[in-house]
Design a protein around this ligand. Structure first.
Ligand SMILES: NC(=O)c1ccc[n+]([C@@H]2O[C@H](COP(=O)([O-])OP(=O)(O)OC[C@H]3O[C@@H](n4cnc5c(N)ncnc54)[C@H](OP(=O)(O)O)[C@@H]3O)[C@@H](O)[C@H]2O)c1
Length: 330
């Protein structure tokens, strides 16, 4: 019984390359007291893994060379030393990693209820992406009915949920995405009030036109030039939720907007890490499960097949070629 896994072999310079990773095999670890062995059926890929591939520590320790790449997984319990999770239970692990099997403590796993939504949705709308959107928008952004919310990476795992939840709260929602297909999807499938292509030449004018009353909340998933364009549109009293800086993960840049408007417009900026807000998980799961079952949240996933497709799918996500939450079926 062996475990196939993807390990980091070199620290990426810029966009990761396939040569930065290797698939190897190792003996399957055995669970100790209070632990279970999971056989993974789905992996969820997240840009945060890129942050941990660099040498400089971000908000989590960098991975060591030779480590299994960090990532979320859905799996079934195949061996249990924890009475609360018998063999056969389906669970989501935030740190299962890019591999076929993992061992985890029972209290670190979330039970997957497939009567609410298919297992893979527990990596996206009902998983880390959805909860990041829920906590970041509702707790930090504090949306009020009628306000304008702008969200970047709007077709992606986090952004698609931010916009849909903001709509459910009565806000006017403007999405920013790369390319015509994504813009159309955000507007027509996800139901945003407007969507703007940041790759088009007239991006800044189009964004201004899409926000006639300015911007009350900017949910920033990308940083960089997109954030620069939203910045002058912020209304006094506006809130900026700093969720991710994907435009800067492969190419850390200096500079950014001048900070004087923080003062003059009394802006509140909130940087946040979802895992600091786990006490909100019961309300998140209650609300999100209900919205999904009522058909009020549209699920868009970018699905690949097999461990060999993990690295290509990850590189596609970091370069904007994914369409929705990136998941891999094993
Ligand atoms: N704070 C937290 O706790 C937390 C938790 C989860 C995720 N995050 C962050 O949230 C963001 C979104 O994550 P996700 O998992 O939902 O990924 P995602 O949006 O599904 O995929 C990443 C998207 O980022 C966009 N992108 C890539 N390079 C870009 C660039 N140079 N400029 C502008 N956009 C670019 C692409 O969309 P386009 O084609 O539209 O450009 C791509 O589809 C990431 O920054 C991630 O690190 C933070």
């Amino acid at each position: 019984m062996t475990n196939r896994r993807i390990v980091l072999t070199s620290r990426p310079q810029g966009v990761p390359r396939p040569a930065d990773f290797r698939i190897d095999t190792a003996a399957i670890a055995r669970p100790g007291a209070g632990e279970v062995l999971l056989r993974h059926t789905w992996l969820g890929l997240a840009p945060a893994a890129r942050l941990r591939m660099g040498e400089e520590a971000s908000y989590r320790e960098p991975m060591a060379l030779g480590d299994v790449v960090y990532g979320q997984a859905i799996g079934h319990v195949v061996e249990s030393q924890a009475p609360s999770l018998p063999v056969g239970t389906a669970v989501m692990s935030v740190s299962g990693g890019w591999q076929e099997y993992s061992v985890a403590r029972a209290e670190n796993l979330v039970r997957v209820d497939e009567s609410v939504a298919p297992a893979n949705v527990w990596l996206g709308a009902l998983g880390t992406s959805g909860m990041t959107a829920y906590v970041g928008l509702l707790d930090l952004g504090q949306p009020r009915e009628g306000e304008t919310v702008v969200v970047s990476a709007a077709s992606g795992g986090v952004g698609s949920n931010v916009g849909q939840i903001a709509r459910l709260k009565g806000c006017r929602v403007v999405g920013i995405a790369g390319g015509e297909d994504k813009v159309r999807h955000v507007r027509d499938q996800l139901g945003f009030d407007a969507a703007v292509d940041y790759k088009s030449a007239d991006f800044a004018q189009a964004l201004t036109a899409a926000c006639p009353s300015g911007v009350d909340i900017y949910f920033d998933n990308v940083g960089g030039a997109v954030r620069d364009a939203v910045w002058p549109l912020m209304n006094p009293g506006g809130r900026i939720v700093v969720c991710g800086l994907i435009a800067e993960y492969n190419d850390s840049r200096q500079g950014g907007p001048g900070w004087f408007p923080i003062l003059s417009k009394r802006l509140a900026l909130h940087g946040f890490i979802m895992s600091d807000h786990l006490h909100r998980q019961p309300e998140f799961l209650r609300d999100m499960a209900q919205w999904i079952q009522q058909g009020r949240i549209h699920i868009q996933e970018d699905v690949s097949e097999g461990l060999e497709s993990v690295v290509p799918a990850f590189i596609r996500m970091l370069t904007g070629k994914n369409f929705g939450k990136t998941v891999v079926r094993l």
